[in-house]
Design a protein around this ligand. Structure first.
Ligand SMILES: [Zn+2]
Length: 62
């Protein structure tokens, strides 16, 4: 299923158990929001650098 990148936001769930960046495994500091259709959004955690890479790559592909 295609996921459409929506936005990056700061991760505020610091009380939860720490999550690793989906790409590189370092501690995640950002939430990346994706629209998967039917009004459903998913959040995946990324570190600062990977979040920037996702954001810039999605912008440049438009
Ligand atoms: Zn990362």
């Amino acid at each position: 299923m295609d996921r459409i990148f929506t936005s990056i936001r700061a991760c505020h769930n610091l009380s939860d158990s720490p999550r690793a960046c989906r790409d590189c495994g370092r501690p995640a500091t950002k939430d990346a929001l994706f629209d998967v259709g039917n009004g459903i959004a998913v959040v995946e955690r990324y570190c600062d650098q990977c979040a920037k890479a996702i954001e810039s790559s999605n912008r440049s592909s438009v």
